[in-house]
Design a protein around this ligand. Structure first.
Ligand code: FBP
Length: 563
């Protein structure tokens, strides 16, 4: 066979032709669905402050699309779409669903894609998304159709510029596809557009591989399904290798900026020897040293059985859950927020920066900061993202833990408590999963979210998040609607100031998902119960291709029991 260079892979070619399934009533077509509104809602916490900040969009009712109810408008509308924050598999299908709904409703409707994330709308950088363009990206991973970014939309001048751009393109609605921070942006923009009587509405779509944008109304954020399956495949492969060579301990850090849902889901799919869960560490008030002791103990016990190998999962957000680290990071955030404006600090040599920082920390945090390796110190001082978050993906927690475990094992060796051999390998899985080709679940879910977003626009709603529920059932039984964004908000400290933000969903230690890990982890630590999930399957039996995450299945079962 001679090789000819190709533009797309055979699988990608097949996937371009995959027709995603639409949720329940949406399958009847945008022109045949009707709106139902429930009772008014309230913010999840800090109700008064949130109401004050969002008077026009606060407390709206939950929306649901059905066969009966109020008709949607069929007015001609141009829409602008923004991809915001970290990439997540399925983003292109949200745009494809939005496009198909918008063109079915009226072929004169136009869809504009703002380039490079929220900054695109402020700077007037856009392209028109045409049928040809959309067709190139159907069922593909990535956000490259228009790119993404993390600019925070919050100032009057940004909103005014966005309005000018929208007016010039006759845009009547904006769809922001993003996580908790990006949907907070969506809510701020919706409020501003409403209070200035612009006639422009704003709808959000729940995206993040981290899985922490969920609540009673939002069952899962898109991308979580594909990303966790991708990591589970890689971890399964590593477990096979560990089990074959029997000579390495693999320490694998997994993405999940705050919550540990990714690590937990992947653990249930692969059954490794050790899984740390940040939320548990916080609840048990475990110190870094106690965590290291826990890991070293399992390594020593396995070594006694002649097993000098294993796999340990570490969520990337762990560092912020360790109480002493959390306190130190919170102080660092405040200190850095002030030093950002201090030019002298910017030009200081690294060791002088450490000195200045240490002198501003309280005694305990200063001691902890000083004890850390300088690579970790530097990573902790890196710029915060535009929303004020520490960039935990860039902190090498896995290496810090390996170093501390090695030191502990050496001490135990000198005391005769450990006779094993410790060879470690560090991995970080995050970016590997964020742009994977979406699983059937994400392809269908995202297409439905986008289609549904246009239904919310035609319903005249603003400040809503597109919602598709009942997602463990076949797509024909999925329920489409919208949730007011203010319903998910509370006040949190960012960049040293209290700000309204969408409340993140952390791992519930009393919930069925964590319990499944808790009930099994002792067994998994000592016996090798590794599971090797293999790669995502797109074609084949539905029992393999269409199943979603263990997390979602356990959470939905619990809801059924509670009903
Ligand atoms: P979102 O919350 O925007 O979806 O991003 C999540 C995430 O993938 C985290 O898991 C990770 O810490 C972060 O993005 C990395 O961000 P960046 O792409 O800026 O390096």
């Amino acid at each position: 066979m001679s090789y000819t260079s190709q533009e797309i892979s055979p699988l990608q070619k097949e996937r371009l032709n995959y027709q995603p399934k639409l949720a329940g009533v949406l399958a009847q077509g945008i022109n045949n669905i009707r709106l139902n509104l429930n009772e008014s809602t309230e913010a999840v916490a800090d109700k008064e402050e949130i109401q004050k900040l969002f008077p026009q969009v606060y407390g709206k009712p939950i929306a649901r699309f059905c066969q009966e109810g109020s008709e949607l408008s069929n007015e001609q509308k141009n829409v602008g779409v923004i991809l915001s924050g970290g990439q997540a598999p399925g983003g292109h299908n949200v745009i494809a669903g939005l496009f198909d709904a918008l063109k079915t409703a009226n072929p004169d409707n136009k869809l504009y894609g703002f380039l490079g994330g929220p900054s695109g709308i402020v700077e007037g950088e856009y392209i028109e998304l045409t049928e040809n363009k959309i067709n190139e990206y159907r069922n593909t991973g990535g956000f490259d159709i228009i790119g993404s970014g993390r600019t925070k939309l919050e100032t009057e001048s940004q909103f005014k510029k966005a309005l000018e751009v929208c007016k010039s393109l006759n845009i009547k609605a904006i769809v922001i596809i993003g996580g908790d921070d990006s949907n907070t942006n969506a809510c701020l923009l919706a409020q501003w557009m409403a209070e200035n009587n612009t006639g422009i509405t704003v709808i959000g779509c729940p995206k993040t591989i981290d899985g922490d944008l969920k609540n009673d109304q939002i069952e899962i954020s898109f991308g979580f399904d594909t990303a966790t399956k991708t990591y589970a495949e890689l971890i399964g492969n590593i477990q096979r290798d560990a089990n074959s060579a029997k000579k390495y301990w693999h320490f694998i850090k997994l993405m999940g900026r705050s919550a540990s849902h990714v690590a937990l889901e992947v653990a249930l799919q692969t059954q490794p020897n050790i899984t740390l869960i940040g939320e548990e560490v916080e609840a048990r008030k475990q110190s870094l040293d106690e965590i290291v002791e826990y890991i070293a103990n399992i390594i020593a016990l396995r070594a006694k059985k002649g097993k000098n190998f294993g796999v340990a999962l570490i969520p990337e957000g762990l560092i912020e859950f360790i109480p002493e680290m959390k306190t130190m990071i919170a102080s660092l955030n405040d200190i850095l927020a002030h030093l950002e404006k201090n030019e002298d600090y910017q030009y200081l040599a690294q060791d002088k920066k450490y000195e200045m920082i240490t002198s501003r920390l309280d005694e305990q945090s200063a001691k902890l900061f000083t004890s850390l390796p300088s690579s970790i110190k530097a990573q902790l001082l890196m710029d915060r993202d535009p929303h004020g978050n520490v960039q935990v993906s860039r902190i090498e927690t896995e290496k810090l833990i390996i170093e501390m475990v090695r030191t502990k094992l050496n001490i135990w060796k000198s005391q005769g408590r450990y006779q094993g051999k410790f060879s470690d390998l560090a991995h970080f899985f995050g970016y590997e999963g964020r742009c994977a080709m979406p699983s059937n679940f994400d392809a269908d879910y995202c297409y439905s979210l986008g289609y549904n977003a246009f239904a919310l626009i035609q319903a005249g709603l603003t400040g809503y998040l597109s919602s598709i529920k009942n997602t463990t059932k076949p797509a024909s039984e999925w329920v489409a609607g919208g949730v007011p964004l203010t319903m998910m908000m509370n006040m949190e400290k960012r960049h040293g100031e209290m700000k309204p933000v969408i409340k993140k969903a952390l791992v519930e230690l009393e919930g069925p998902v964590f319990k499944a890990l808790e009930d099994n982890r002792e067994k998994w630590a000592m016996n090798d119960c590794f599971v090797f999930p293999g790669s995502i399957q797109y074609f084949g039996p539905s029992s393999v291709c269409d199943i979603t995450t263990i997390t979602l299945q356990l959470e939905q079962e619990k809801q059924l029991v509670n009903v």
